[in-house]
Design a protein around this ligand. Structure first.
Ligand code: GSH
Length: 230
């Protein structure tokens, strides 16, 4: 199985697919395509039909769009609990993942994924506050109804957690004000070995995207890619 992704420091959709395959120990070969370069679009079209990543190629089968990738991996490896086993939990996990795919635009546009640093808290406006309140409600519902068997939304780590991984990093990066009840989930996600492995690889990348930091005040720099070094 081959997986094409964008910059691991910045590509939130890539992290979702990368997290899923790593968390479930699925062997794959990864190609990283640098974003915002002259040949980015051509390189992405070489993998999939939308000129975007992530894309999975598995023999003759090509799968694009993050949610379709989750479903394909679940079909391909039925022995792994990519989605929760319980019907009600699985339905909730799929609905939550679809909501992640289609919504939370305030948070996604105001707080782009950026693993290089953390930024000082500031007022990020009503849309972000609204999204954080909805996340709190959704995560609380998942954890309280289905989460008893582990630290993740539905107990054991599943595709829904992979879908929310970039949001968890945004909460961390921008020091967003979230309900204390979310703290154990955030910690479990940020310490998941699949995320730590992704971050280690991200911290080798040379590409710096300064426009991802416009309007931000740096708190802590964790990693500066070569392109951003003086
Ligand atoms: N709806 C797609 C979104 C994919 C997407 O927008 N990926 C971004 C990277 S995070 C991309 O490939 N952008 C193209 C580019 O940077 O040129 C999915 O769910 O996978």
């Amino acid at each position: 199985m081959k997986l094409a992704v964008g910059n691991k420091l910045y590509s939130s959709w890539s992290l979702r697919a990368g997290m899923l395959l790593r968390a479930f120990d699925i062997p794959f070969e990864e190609t990283v395509i640098a974003m915002y370069k002259e040949d980015t679009t051509a390189n992405m079209y070489a993998f999939g039909p939308t000129g975007k990543v992530p894309v999975i190629q598995d023999g003759d089968i090509t799968v694009w769009e993050s949610l379709a990738i989750m479903e394909y991996v679940a079909d391909r490896f039925p022995e792994k609990n990519i989605w929760p086993k319980d019907l009600a939990a699985r339905a909730h996990a799929r609905a939550a993942s679809s909501e992640m795919h289609a919504s939370f635009m305030g948070l996604r546009s105001s707080c782009p994924m950026n693993l290089t640093a953390s930024f000082k808290p500031k007022d990020r406006g009503e849309a972000v506050t609204f999204d954080l309140a909805r996340l709190d409600e959704l995560w609380h519902e998942a954890r309280s109804h289905f989460g008893a068997g582990g630290d993740f939304l539905y107990g054991e780590f599943c595709a829904a957690d992979a879908m929310f991984m970039p949001v968890v990093t945004r909460i961390d990066t921008y020091q967003l004000d979230v309900n204390d009840s979310m703290t154990p989930y955030l910690k479990a996600m940020l310490n998941h070995p699949a995320f730590l492995a992704w971050k280690d690889e991200a911290f080798q990348e040379p590409w710096f995207l300064p426009h991802y930091e416009e309007g931000e005040t740096l708190d802590t720099r964790f990693y500066m890619p070569d392109e951003g070094r003086e």
